[in-house]
Design a protein around this ligand. Structure first.
Ligand SMILES: O=P(O)(O)OC[C@H]1O[C@H](O)[C@H](O)[C@@H](O)[C@@H]1O
Length: 302
């Protein structure tokens, strides 16, 4: 008989998820929860105090390594898209991360709440395609008020080696009732790179972004706060970030969605990817140096 520590539901539970993949569930008393797969350090679910799911997860998501999981919050590291020699979006999203409960870098800000600490280090195989001894620490916190916080710390652990350079994104699939009604606020007047036009630089002239077809822009040097309004669900998802200057806004639209095998029919309507990122100015770390990023999600009634 295992010793029972928690009389109530354990705030941090490790169970087997889809296909037996290890999953960590964080819960708070008021009913909020977060689910994280060790495969990819991939958050697949976040529910607020009202028990509403805020993240989109495809009905056809494939939980089978090395396929990345379609939906939730994939970690894009050390390369965004095809901006380098690695496979698109790097490899962190299709590696098995480990629990890192005993090493808390002082530099990562601790918030009140339940959290899990995850770690990714390169295998010998990884070093063949990206020859840099990095340590990626990720603390995923669920606050007492049901907010989700992702705190990242990347270290160049190759103490007598070379500097390395990376790009990064939290590829967040936010759940929305209808993509054509969603409003993204906080990106007015900013320059962006249009991924659909060879990343040519343009300027956003709208105050509020609405999406009616395939959309794939990298907004540059964005403010710390971005809001995603869902009028049908009468709620706003608030994104606050530090160390992540860029924001990718992506939706494949109807035609492109049909070519994505792990996306169900019509499911493109039910998400908008709003990705806090560091892309335009890649991050370079000398041996021993660390980089930090912080992302916080909360909800508000409209
Ligand atoms: O299908 P994936 O490799 O997960 O990439 C999905 C999408 O990620 C980002 O949002 C890029 O800006 C898009 O160009 C890409 O299509």
């Amino acid at each position: 008989e295992p010793v029972q520590f928690c009389k109530k539901k354990c705030p941090v539970e490790v169970t087997k998820g889809v296909n037996g993949l290890e999953k960590v569930t964080l819960t708070q008393n008021k009913g909020s929860s977060v689910e994280v797969y060790m495969y990819g350090a991939h958050v697949t679910s976040w529910k607020n105090d009202q028990g509403e799911e805020l993240l989109f997860l495809s009905n056809k998501a494939i939980f089978s390594p090395p396929k990345p999981i379609r939906g939730g919050i994939p970690i894009v590291f050390p390369q965004f898209s095809n901006l380098g020699p690695l496979p698109s979006h790097g490899f962190a999203r299709n590696r098995l991360w480990v629990r890192d409960d005993y090493h808390h870098p002082d530099t990562v800000r601790v918030a009140d709440g339940v959290f899990v600490d995850l770690l990714l280090k390169p295998t010998e195989e990884d070093l063949k395609i990206w020859p840099h001894r990095f340590e990626f620490r990720l603390r995923i916190t669920l606050t007492p008020r049901g907010e989700l916080i992702m705190a990242s710390c990347v270290k160049n652990a190759d103490t007598d080696g070379q500097p390395f350079t990376f790009t990064f994104a939290h590829h967040t699939y936010l759940s929305v009732s209808d993509i054509s009604k969603v409003e993204v606020k906080g990106l007015a007047k900013l320059d962006y790179l249009d991924n659909l036009q060879n990343r040519t630089r343009q300027t956003e002239n709208r105050d509020t972004i609405t999406i009616n077809s395939q959309f794939d822009n990298i907004y540059l040097s964005t403010p710390k706060k971005i809001e995603v309004l869902d009028p049908e669900k009468k709620r706003t998802i608030v994104i606050q970030k530090e160390g992540l200057p860029d924001v990718v806004v992506w939706n494949p639209g109807e035609e492109k969605a049909k070519t994505i095998e792990d996306l169900g029919e019509g499911e493109y309507k039910n998400f908008v990817a709003v990705e806090a990122a560091a892309i335009e100015k890649p991050v370079t770390l000398k041996p021993g140096e660390e980089w930090e990023g912080r992302l916080e999600f909360s909800t508000r009634r409209l």
